[in-house]
Design a protein around this ligand. Structure first.
Ligand code: GUN
Length: 293
């Protein structure tokens, strides 16, 4: 059994991004610039955005954080997006989700210029990804594909079971895993809350990607020996062991599932760090596009 060290792989990739940035600077080009829009003070969103800003610094990107209070109007947020869309100094930007209930998330995502949508959430990017055209692939699915690539995990012809059908992870990763590519070329089953006999399906899986946000959902009796398990769950649960008073819990009961696996990602330190480097890569790609003659 091998525990996939997502943190270490992410650090390697950050080194590669840093080299690309140094080359841009040596050509007298401005380094990539990522902006993040954060609404309100949700603890999880604050942490994620702080990690994104810190990672920008580590690779030599410029970053800007634009904050709004919880009661910001949808119109004000749309005006902010319109400004970022035409700001030639910003290569890419994200609007951290979830947004407060009075704001239509779809309208916000659809207002982002697809070329600057480094989260890959705009329907144009999601559609292009689905048919294999160049685009910004959303960060978590892109990070999982990179883990398969870097760990040289063979996915061709394997039965990949995806748990969860979210637009951010479940749906896009099931499309990427079924694409004619390496990694990819898998036979994919997408399971969700209405799936019948779920454990019968997961027991047939060569690869399981768990992304439903239900802590400790996948147990040892639900997997076969030698399975590859990718845990995308990041639920915050109260904890007396940490200074912050909470810790992250994955969708997989790690201690009992790990001994049956050929590979498994831990939480934290598995998929999470890969998500951030994928965002950095998309931003680098957007900046390179800007510099094309
Ligand atoms: N909220 C949870 N994950 C994400 C993400 O990848 N991007 C944004 N913008 N918000 C999120």
């Amino acid at each position: 059994m091998q525990i996939i060290d997502g943190k270490k792989i992410a650090e390697e990739i950050k080194g590669e991004i840093r080299e690309a940035v140094d080359k841009m600077c040596a050509r007298n080009l401005k380094p990539p610039h990522l902006a993040a829009v954060l609404v309100g003070h949700d603890g999880g969103s604050e942490t994620y955005v702080a990690q994104k800003v810190k990672s920008c610094e580590q690779v030599g990107f410029r970053s800007s954080l634009i904050r709004y209070e919880e009661d910001v109007t949808e119109a004000a947020l749309l005006r902010c997006i319109a400004r970022l869309n035409i700001d030639t100094d910003i290569d890419g930007f994200i609007v951290q989700l979830p947004l407060p209930g009075h704001i239509n998330e779809r309208a916000i995502i659809e207002a982002i210029a697809p070329a600057k949508d480094v989260d890959g959430f705009h329907p144009e990017n999601a559609g292009r990804m689905a048919i294999g055209l160049p685009c910004h692939v959303s960060a978590t699915p892109a990070g999982i594909m990179e883990l398969f690539r870097r760990c040289r995990i063979d996915t061709q012809g394997k039965h990949c079971v995806v748990l969860g059908r979210s637009n951010i992870v479940g749906k896009p990763i099931s499309i990427l895993m079924s694409q004619k590519s390496q990694p990819g070329d898998a036979t994919v089953t997408l399971c969700h809350s209405r799936t019948r006999n779920l454990a019968d399906i997961t027991r047939q899986a060569d690869i399981i990607i768990a992304a439903m946000g239900q802590p400790d959902f996948l147990t040892a009796d639900m997997v076969k020996d030698g399975v590859v398990v990718i845990d995308v769950g990041t639920t915050r649960i109260p904890s007396t062991d940490t200074r912050s008073g909470w810790k992250l819990k994955g969708d997989v009961k790690f201690d009992e599932v790990a001994p049956k696996c050929s590979y498994i990602t831990p939480v934290p330190g598995g998929v999470g760090p890969m998500t951030i480097v994928s965002l950095l890569r998309n931003t680098l790609q957007a900046a390179e596009q800007r510099n094309r003659p």
